[in-house]
Design a protein around this ligand. Structure first.
Ligand SMILES: *Cc1c(COP(=O)(O)O)cnc(C)c1O
Length: 472
């Protein structure tokens, strides 16, 4: 056994071999050297060699030849690549949920990603006025675009929509009452609850109406001398159906103004372009209805980076900008660059529909999806003949609190693996590189082509191959 222990190569021998590898390992070793910091690489090698010592003690290694540097090197490279890869990684989204909060919501348009890349690598006029050579405002880069796209007089972008709601309420309604319908006291997930955000902002929630029905008279009755605003909140992730009633926003705004109050609306997803078949109001329609201030997310239906957009009356936006909290919640320069590029695409709706991935995915028609599903199925049948592959109609979802409960018809590629269940395969796919996230329905693994790019189909096949090798 001591011969075996002595046969284990030294750390320095391994590091030297990784620096000057045999031809067959040249490419993966170059990748390792470029992407893995030296201390992490050393740690990986150490753990790998310790595992071989355990193998010797357990009798899993019989001859010194198995421990030769040449024999171990491919394993070391594979181990280090896996163990030292970045924690935040690309995944393949085959769930069909377009705005998937857990998977990073909106993939950016290429234009937006490039803008962020430029802003990241170089200095910029972030807060520098190129006309005067003096100090400029970080808000100047997107406010005209937001005003133009929403029809509002004033605009401001902050860290995310939760921050926008908090900032609006803190700036305009602190220590006063805000009336919200009981049907709109939503929890968005990740602990964003309207009543709690209100409490944090220091305003007092006044509930109006009942869960399923709120009338104008209910709002009216809830107004007191302490009231600052009437607020509407998008019921992003649920729908109350049956015996229901809510107040059209134009009537709510009229009531607010009659009583000298503000009308505020948290649009949640906030569509800038009308979506076919969806009853999401566009931001411009909400502003035109007389709502004083709206806010919505940058990375839901808008299809941009994480951001919160506030638009509305210029005097209110000015008050919000001077709130010290605005500094704490301010938008980052990379986000700002990506947001500006996204908004510029939105100026031309035809361009936005194809260039913004979220818009394009939501608009992909059934015929196209059927064709793409057939292509993916064909590829998988060729590459993985042991899988049973069928294509059946199914539904995708918008996600991100947009269009809740609305089915988007799609075609699902359904897979049944041999010798194991779909749940085991789904779990194994998370360990593939890149990981593949999908759902199991009716005892089959389902891949929805809506949220996969055509260029990702070979990666799907490769992820499945890796996973099948692990489970069967
Ligand atoms: C998503 C959502 C939020 C939170 O937006 P983030 O951008 O995730 O911070 C707030 N309100 C509503 C109605 C939402 O749908």
């Amino acid at each position: 056994m001591s011969d075996l222990f002595r046969a284990i190569p030294s750390m320095s021998a391994v590091l030297e071999a990784l620096a000057a590898p045999p031809e067959a390992l040249a490419a993966p070793c170059a990748l390792l050297r470029a992407s893995v910091p030296q201390p992490l690489l050393r740690e990986c090698v150490e753990r790998f060699l310790n595992a071989r010592r355990d193998d010797i003690r357990a009798g899993r290694i019989a001859s010194p030849g198995e421990l030769a540097l040449d024999a171990l090197l491919p394993g070391i490279v594979a181990y280090a690549r896996k163990a030292a890869r970045p924690h935040l990684r690309r995944v393949l989204n085959a769930t069909g949920v377009v705005i998937h909060t857990n998977l990073g919501r909106s993939p950016l348009a290429e234009e937006a990603a490039k803008a962020a890349y430029e802003a990241a690598l170089h200095y910029s006029n972030l807060e520098f006025d190129l006309e005067t050579g003096g100090r400029g405002s970080r808000h100047s880069h997107v406010d005209a675009l937001i005003r133009r796209l929403t029809g509002a007089e004033g605009a401001l972008a902050v860290n995310n929509n939760a921050a926008a709601v908090l900032l609006v309420l803190d700036s305009l309604c602190k220590d006063r009452e805000v009336v919200v319908s009981r049907g709109e006291l939503v929890e968005i997930g990740g602990s964003f609850r309207i009543p709690e955000v209100m409490a944090k902002s220091g305003c007092i929630l006044r509930e109006a109406g009942a869960t399923n029905r709120t009338r104008l008279a209910d709002y009216s009755a809830a107004i007191t001398d302490e009231t600052a605003a009437l607020m509407k909140v998008h019921t992003s992730n649920f729908r109350i159906i049956g015996f229901t009633e809510s107040v059209p926003r134009a009537e709510l705004a009229a009531l607010a103004h009659e009583r000298g109050l503000l009308c505020i609306e948290d649009l949640g997803s906030g569509a800038l372009l009308p979506l076919p078949g969806a009853d999401e109001p566009t931001a411009a329609r909400v502003v035109a209805a007389g709502v004083d201030l709206i806010c919505f997310s940058g990375d839901k239906l808008l299809g941009g980076p994480q951001a919160g957009i506030i638009a509305g009356r210029a005097d209110l936006v000015e008050r919000i900008k001077t709130n010290p909290l605005a500094r704490a919640l301010r938008i980052d320069k990379l986000t700002l660059a990506a947001l500006e590029a996204t908004l510029r695409l939105c100026l031309d709706p035809e361009l936005a529909k194809t260039r913004l991935p979220v818009q394009a995915m939501l608009r992909t028609d059934e015929k196209t999806l059927a064709r793409r599903a057939a292509r993916l199925a064909g590829l998988l049948r060729r590459e993985l003949p042991e899988l049973s592959v069928t294509v059946l109609p199914g539904v995708s979802r918008a996600g991100g609190g947009a269009m809740p409960e609305q089915d988007l018809p799609t075609r699902l590629v359904r897979l049944r693996p041999p010798r194991t269940g779909p749940d085991a395969l789904r779990a194994a796919l998370l360990e593939s590189d890149p990981p593949l996230v999908c759902r199991v329905e009716d005892d089959a693994l389902c891949l929805d082509p809506r949220t996969l790019e055509n260029g990702e189909f070979p990666l799907v096949a490769s992820a499945l191959k890796q996973a099948l090798a692990r489970v069967t």
